[in-house]
Design a protein around this ligand. Structure first.
Ligand SMILES: Cc1cc2nc3c(=O)[nH]c(=O)nc-3n(C[C@H](O)[C@H](O)[C@H](O)COP(=O)(O)O)c2cc1C
Length: 209
């Protein structure tokens, strides 16, 4: 089939917008933020990725709530332009999912789901103590995306990574052991995958004159 999503997001026989199944797996940024009043927030975002390695830059995209209000993560970065992108390994998947519940503003998801936090080094939001890796970020740009037909709109939050935590136990021969990291990623619907199998390919050498 071919269709124009500006006309319908899920024309028959589709029953759901397939974008999340087509752009997948998506890494999950488990984003901790803090309000000006010091209220800590933690929520997962799979509209998350790295967009530059040098300097390291990542982004995540919170959309607006059904009533049009900003999600807490976005409210917080407007007040304190810093966040931590915690890496989700398979044993943390359940806790990550629990932090996605629509808790009222000001509720600390670390406390709500009984997760230990650890202080960050260079930014104010704390990090997930049990995460094998975490990226401390300073917001360098915010971009408002156009609203969809539902009226909901996303913002892209771009952050320069200024501090990187890696569990030393995962560093093997100068590399991060990806199987040990067992990173969880988002598929479509309620589905996830985790890194359990890896294959490698050497990139082709330059061809031509
Ligand atoms: C795996 C996963 C990925 C998610 N990705 C996003 C996302 O990219 N953008 C978004 O707006 N919400 C996403 N959500 C939903 C938010 O986590 C949820 O709305 C959360 O309550 C937002 O929290 P906050 O209001 O504390 O910022 C995701 C949820 C899960 C479980």
């Amino acid at each position: 089939m071919f269709y124009d999503p500006r006309v319908a997001l899920a024309p028959p026989p589709l029953r759901h917008n397939p974008l999340n199944t087509l752009v997948a797996p998506r890494p999950i940024g488990w984003i901790s933020t803090i309000s000006a009043r010091g209220e800590v927030n933690l929520a997962p975002f799979s509209y998350f990725n790295a967009v530059s390695a040098d300097p390291p830059i990542v982004l995540f995209a919170p959309n607006s709530k059904d009533d049009g209000a900003h999600k807490d993560s976005y409210r917080n970065v407007l007040e304190v332009p810093e966040f931590v992108a915690n890496v989700v390994s398979a044993p943390l998947a359940k806790a990550m999912n629990e932090t996605s519940a629509p808790f009222p503003h000001g509720i600390d998801e670390f406390a709500a789901v009984d997760l230990e936090r650890a202080p960050s080094v260079l930014v104010r939001p704390p990090r997930v103590a049990a995460a094998h890796a975490a990226l401390e970020c300073r917001v360098i740009e915010r971009i408002a995306l156009p609203a969809g037909r539902s009226g909901r709109a996303s913002h892209v939050v771009i952050g320069e990574v200024i501090g990187i935590h890696i569990d030393d136990a995962l560093i093997n021969d100068g590399r991060v052991d990806q199987l040990a990291l067992a990173q969880v990623a988002r598929l479509g619907h309620d589905d996830y995958t985790a890194v359990e199998k890896i294959f490698s390919m050497k990139r082709p050498k330059a061809v031509g004159p």
